[in-house]
Every structure is written in structure tokens, then in C-alpha cells.
Design a protein around this ligand. Structure first.
Ligand code: EPZ
Length: 417
């Protein structure tokens, strides 16, 4: 099992280039199943979850190859409709192949994702909405056996709860359905907008008709397409918090600042100095970190994927802060580890009370999930001495070259096999 050694404390200084978005890449990779034409994707991040999704596509019969940094996907002979537990259990976004397989073949057998550290990760919203398109399904031994006897038929569907994955699955499925579909109460994360842009560029007919409603006019086929994946806004937010926590001075490149305006405004309120240009954010951390209360929410609210990271910063606030996690039921796994570094955080259901004025002490730590792992690195960067973070396979699922990027801006961090 690999681990990371981090020697703190030091200020991060320099420039970090942001990679492509993991959470935009995954639904777009799944959506390539809709077409038997070639798809060329640029700017995919080199992270484990993307590798797993490509393996899943290959297990379904896709032919994929990288030409330098461009991935070429050829689904002309793709005909399998079975997505195995062995692949889907490690990466819950595997459920996103259900929609395209049903759209293309009218039947599919896809493993239920199963839970993970942050929650049970149900897919009831996906299945209920797909049944509105004419899908019949049964759950047998952990697999969804789904058929669309008359093909997918467009319909009006309102999600009872905002769900990123369910919105993505339905957008992909409805793109090839017969007739028109209106999806309302959709998630509107930037990654979903990227998926819609990808599908429209490939010849689909999707149009936002209200803030959280989209109209989808089914098409018969999809053209060959080359598409650049958008930047990873959670990676960008993570490094912004790192600069604020270490009183650093970072230039974050390859970003669209307006997409993460909520995070920028939050960090300014906490005391960081931030200037933005077209594709860059310049942040200077402040010695004085102001406490504040934060609730996670669907986009454009404060993202749950940055909750663990901002908690580290608020431990260094001048007073008590509160974080309310309103998206996932168990996303405080990082609290116990941060408390072992001297934090004073108490959790009560989905609320965490964070005492301020903490100086983290280095320690041996255990990563539990992707974003919790990176919060431990942020704390370790501010702690004097050597910290060791175990189980960093969680980290490798979603951060490309994290120790290389951090080393380049002055962090003392190394991977130990
Ligand atoms: C996506 O997960 C992201 N993953 C998550 O990022 C992110 O935290 C989450 O959206 C929220 O923004 C990818 O995009 C691959 P949801 P997803 O469906 O689609 C409940 C990361 O760190 N729910 O919006 O699974 C669910 O349990 C990952 O990169 C149902 O009840 O999130 C959760 O409480 C972690 N029934 C809430 O809705 C369903 O059918 C939001 O989940 C689906 C979801």
C-alpha cells in the first residue's frame, strides 16, 4: 500500500495548471456508447476513475486508444450490454452506462454501484426516471436488469430530488429517445453543462428551457466528434484552499473563474486576497483567517466536494465555525483524522462545529475517501514536522499528479511504496 510523506510547514508559492475534470469526463465517456462513430476526447485527467471507466467501456466492447493526450473511442463493434460488479463497485459512476445502453440496445444488465465511505449512493432516482421513458427493470442479485420493450419514449419527468448522476443518465438516455423529453428539477453542475455541450456538438438536440429544466428532442444518430473536456473545478478549489491555508501565493491556471465564483467569494470572506483573469486565479493567503458558517448545496451553492478541504481552513479561523453537509449522509470521515492532528471538531448529525485557532500537529493518518484524503494533505502542509498519509489510492482516483503539482510550488511531499 503506497503512502505519502508530507513535511510541513511551508507556504505554497508559484503556478499550478489545472487538469481536465474527472466529473465531466465520466458522463461524457459513458455517452460515447450512444454512437458507432469515432469520438476523440482531449484533456482527460490521468486519474484512476477515468482508467476504470475506460476499462468498463472496453468490457462492453469499445475499442479505445490514446494518441498522445487524445483518447480515441470506437464503438462501431460495441455490442455488450453487461456492466460487471467488479468494475462498477470501485467507481459508482459506472451506473452512467445504463442510460446509453438502454438508448442504444433497448436492454442492459448493470451492477448496482453499492455504497462507499460517504454514503449508500442509491440510484432510485435514476431508475424511477428511466421507467418514465418506458424502461422496465428488476433488481436481481445486485444487478439492474432493464429493458425498453418499445424503445425509449420521450416524456415529461420531474426529479423529486436534485441528483447529478440521475440528471446525467437521463440526459444521455433521452438524447436517442423517440419524441421529446422535458427533465425538470435537474442538477445544473458545470459538468452537466459540459455533457450537454458535448451531446449538442455531436448532433443531439438539447436546450435549457429554465434554470433547472432541459428540453431534449430525440435524434436517430450521433456524429463523429472531437471534444475538449472542461477544467476540474474541484481540483482548482482544492489548490485555492491550499494557498489560503498555508498563507501561500498561487497562480491557478487553465480555469474559468466565473464557474467557481461561490468558492472565490467564500475564500475572500475568509480573508484571502484573490484576483482573476480570463483563465487564471491569483490567490494570496492571509495570516488572519476569519471564521464562517458554510452549508453544502447543489450548484451554484458551496460544493460538497470541497467541504473537507474548507474544514481544514476553518480550523485556523479566528473563532468557531459551523459546516452543515446537506448532500451526503456520512461525509465527515476526515474529522477524526483532523482531530488526531489537534483540531477540535465535533459532529452532530450533518453538522460539524469547528473550533478555531488550531495549529495542526503532524501525525500518521488514514485516508478514507477521495476528498477526505486531500484535506489531510492540506492539514499536513501546515503542520510542523513529518506527517504520513496511508491508503492514498483514494487520492489517485481524482487528483492528477498531486505530489508533482504540490512539489513544484514548494511542498515537501513524497510517495513511499
Ligand atoms: C456526483 O455524485 C459526483 N460524482 C460527486 O463527486 C459529487 O459529490 C455529487 O455529484 C454531488 O455534487 C460524479 O460526478 C462522478 P448525486 P452523484 O446523485 O451523482 C442522493 C467526487 O468526490 N441520491 O447528486 O452520485 C445521494 O445519495 C464525487 O468527485 C439518491 O437519493 O451525486 C446524495 O445524498 C463524490 N438517489 C444526493 O442524492 C439517487 O438515485 C446527491 O447525489 C441518486 C442520488
Amino acid at each position: 500500500m503506497q503512502k505519502l510523506e508530507v513535511f510541513g510547514a511551508n507556504k505554497l508559492k508559484g503556478q499550478i495548471n489545472i487538469s481536465g475534470s474527472k466529473n465531466a469526463s465520466l458522463p461524457i465517456l459513458a455517452a460515447t456508447l450512444l454512437t458507432d462513430k469515432k469520438v476523440f476526447l482531449n484533456n482527460l485527467p490521468k486519474v484512476k476513475d477515468i482508467e476504470t471507466m475506460i476499462n468498463l467501456l472496453q468490457s462492453l466492447g469499445s475499442k479505445t486508444k490514446f494518441e498522445k493526450k487524445k483518447l480515441i473511442i470506437d464503438n462501431s463493434n460495441q455490442e455488450k450490454k453487461f456492466a460487471s460488479y467488479s468494475l462498477v463497485k470501485t467507481m459508482r459512476a459506472g451506473i452512467l452506462v445504463l442510460g446509453p445502453l438502454l438508448a442504444k440496445f433497448g436492454s442492459a444488465k448493470v451492477s448496482l454501484p453499492g455504497g462507499c465511505a460517504i454514503g449508500t449512493r442509491p440510484v432510485d432516482l435514476h431508475l424511477k426516471a428511466l421507467s418514465k421513458l418506458g424502461v422496465k427493470y428488476k433488481i436481481i442479485q445486485g444487478y439492474v436488469h432493464a429493458t425498453a420493450p418499445k424503445g425509449l419514449i420521450g416524456s415529461k419527468i420531474r426529479f423529486s430530488k436534485i441528483s447529478v448522476g440521475a440528471t446525467e443518465n437521463l440526459i444521455i438516455a433521452a438524447s436517442l429517445a423517440k419524441g421529446n423529453t422535458i427533465l425538470s428539477n435537474c442538477a445544473i453542475e458545470p459538468e452537466i453543462k459540459d455533457l450537454v455541450n458535448f451531446l449538442n456538438k455531436a448532433g443531439c438536440n438539447l436546450k435549457w428551457v429554465a434554470k433547472r429544466s432541459i428540453k431534449i428532442i430525440g435524434v436517430k444518430k450521433i456524429n463523429e466528434i472531437t471534444y475538449p473536456i472542461m477544467f476540474d473545478r474541484i481540483e482548482a478549489g482544492t489548490y485555492l484552499v491550499a494557498a489560503a491555508a498555508t498563507e501561500g501565493n498561487l497562480k491557478i491556471k487553465n480555469v474559468v473563474p466565473s464557474i467557481i465564483q461561490t468558492e472565490i467569494d467564500t475564500l475572500k470572506k475568509i480573508g484571502a486576497k484573490i484576483d482573476t483573469k480570463k483563465d487564471q486565479i491569483h490567490i494570496i493567503g492571509n495570516k488572519k483567517i476569519k471564521s464562517m458558517n458554510i452549508k453544502t448545496a447543489p450548484y451554484p451553492g458551496f460544493p460538497t466536494d470541497l467541504q473537507a478541504q474548507i474544514m481544514v481552513l476553518l480550523c485556523k479561523g479566528n473563532k468557531r465555525s459551523l459546516i452543515q453537509e446537506d448532500i451526503f449522509e456520512n461525509r465527515f470521515m476526515h474529522v477524526a483524522e483532523l482531530n488526531r492532528m489537534g483540531a477540535q471538531i465535533s459532529t452532530h448529525g450533518n453538522k460539524a462545529i469547528i473550533e478555531g485557532n488550531v495549529n495542526f500537529a503532524s501525525a500518521e493518518l488514514m485516508a478514507t475517501d477521495l476528498r477526505a484524503s486531500v484535506s489531510l494533505i492540506l492539514a499536513a502542509l501546515t503542520a510542523k514536522g513529518k506527517s504520513v498519509i496511508n491508503r492514498i489510492y483514494h487520492l489517485d482516483r481524482g487528483y492528477e499528479n498531486i505530489e508533482k503539482k504540490l512539489k513544484k510550488v514548494g511542498a515537501k511531499i513524497k510517495r513511499i511504496n
